[in-house]
Design a protein around this ligand. Structure first.
Ligand SMILES: NC(=O)c1ccc[n+]([C@@H]2O[C@H](COP(=O)([O-])OP(=O)(O)OC[C@H]3O[C@@H](n4cnc5c(N)ncnc54)[C@H](O)[C@@H]3O)[C@@H](O)[C@H]2O)c1
Length: 414
């Protein structure tokens, strides 16, 4: 692999998150990056592939998720229409890939990633990197054995304001870090978010591991990035909505689905540097949500605070952290945080993955980082079951794993 090589990637999982992923690829291209081709798309559902592969062949675009514009791959890279595969093993054998990105449901990440690594492909996996700590460990081992890049797609830390918060914290501007408060109460009635309600894996105990893992890993990765390593967690998980509903276009309930997963977590987090945080996420919010995502945190130190995300110091200083980063950060750091001047978080994370492959080094969110995020997230669940605080180290080592046993046994992980 040279500096000028084009990296051929295959994308597995043409579902909801592909909107965001292809928006990232579009931003990468618009920024002048020409070092990658999406050579293949893979999904067990051929309709999913058609929704993203080629504009002239496609059915109408999949309903856009959130703020993302729909793109077909051939709108982004007209010179290369990707091959289509419904079996990832066939894709690995025939498509001539250097790397694979795994965008499937949570419980499938580890087996797909390990197959790809064993076939000699570098891998980036959507968050959570794996459904359990043991599954994550097996992925890290497979990457190490083959000397390949394993990256985790944790997009929050690539947000400009999150990177700027880390910069201001690292400068010591807040003084001694004391308190983090980051409490989200939902996005309205979760059942009405059709893209969620219609996906069976999101309601299944073995398809994902509930809110502490699904969204908890986002929070854990972000706070670890901004503030420092998490030492101990006191957690509580709850299921407030046991039934989820699918609605038709007129708002009538067409299906009721039993939700086996927790939909909320509450965690008191102690950082190694002595700061203490309360981090929680409740997926439902009838009436009105509490805080805007994803930047509803407040961070307090002995000299001031960052929230919304604005720095406010006791000495009267008041400034946007994004402006501070822009004005004060060395050019080298800005180049590292925002290569090619890009700000799209999905473009930045795939760029980090691709350049790690090219340079033969770890991506910013390596397999080990993704594993630590899983351990910190599972610590919420394990702590809730034990009724006491747990060390993240003990969850990462496997010394505490009671709540993951059913999952590990089901997927044959030992
Ligand atoms: N970064 C974020 O903010 C964010 C947001 C949403 C989802 N996600 C993550 O992205 C992943 C996918 O979520 P989604 O909402 O797109 O799910 P989805 O159900 O819409 O899409 C998953 C796709 O994977 C396919 N698939 C499943 N098993 C497969 C296999 N063995 N081989 C090939 N294809 C397979 C399914 O057919 C489906 O099309 C999850 O891990 C989720 O946690 C991340």
């Amino acid at each position: 692999m040279t500096k000028d090589s084009v990296i051929n990637v295959g994308l597995i999982g043409c579902g909801g998150i592909m909107h965001a992923r292809l928006n990232g690829y579009k931003s990468l291209r618009d920024a002048g990056y020409d070092g990658v081709r999406i050579k293949a798309l893979c999904d067990i559902n051929p309709e999913g592939i058609r929704q993203y592969r080629c504009k002239s062949e496609g059915p109408g675009p999949r309903a856009a998720a959130g703020a993302f514009k729909h793109y077909y791959v051939d709108e982004i890279q007209p010179e290369c229409v990707p091959e289509a595969y419904t079996d990832h093993r066939e894709m690995l054998e025939k498509a001539g890939l250097d790397a694979v990105e795994v965008y499937t449901s949570d419980s499938t990440h580890h087996s797909l990633a390990i197959d790809c690594l064993n076939a000699g492909k570098h891998v980036m996996v959507e968050k959570p990197m794996a459904i359990s700590v043991l599954a994550g460990k097996r992925m890290v081992e497979a990457a190490k054995k083959k000397g390949l890049v394993l990256a985790t797609a944790h997009c929050f830390r690539f947000e400009e304001a999150i990177r700027a918060t880390r910069f201001v914290v690292e400068q010591g501007t807040l003084g001694t870090l004391q308190v983090l408060s980051w409490c989200n109460v939902g996005r309205g009635d979760i059942s009405k978010i059709k893209d969620r309600a219609s996906k069976a894996w999101r309601h299944s105990r073995l398809g994902t591991a509930g809110e502490a893992l699904e969204n908890g890993c986002h929070f854990m990765d972000t706070v670890r990035f901004m503030i420092g390593e998490v030492d101990e967690v006191l957690g509580r998980v709850e299921t407030f909505e046991k039934i989820r509903r699918e609605y038709d276009g007129n708002g009538n309930v067409v299906k009721e689905i039993e939700n086996e997963n927790t939909d909320s977590f509450f965690a008191i987090v102690r950082f190694e540097n002595g700061a203490v945080g309360q981090v929680s996420h409740v997926n439902n919010a009838h009436g009105e949500p509490l805080s805007p995502k994803p930047l509803g945190y407040g961070l307090y130190g002995s000299k001031g605070s960052i929230k919304n995300p604005e720095l406010v110091l006791d000495d009267g200083t008041r400034a946007s952290v994004v402006d501070i980063l822009e004005e004060k950060a060395p050019a080298e750091l800005k180049g590292q945080y925002f290569p090619l001047g890009m700000k799209n978080r999905y473009a930045l994370e795939v760029h980090s993955f691709l350049e790690a492959i090219r340079d033969g080094r770890e991506a910013e969110v390596s397999g080990e980082e993704g594993l630590r995020d899983i351990a910190a997230s599972w610590a919420i669940v394990e702590s809730s079951a034990r009724g006491c605080a747990v060390k993240v180290d003990d969850v990462e080592s496997g010394a505490i794993a009671d709540c993951q046993k059913e999952i590990d046994e089901h997927y044959g992980l030992s």
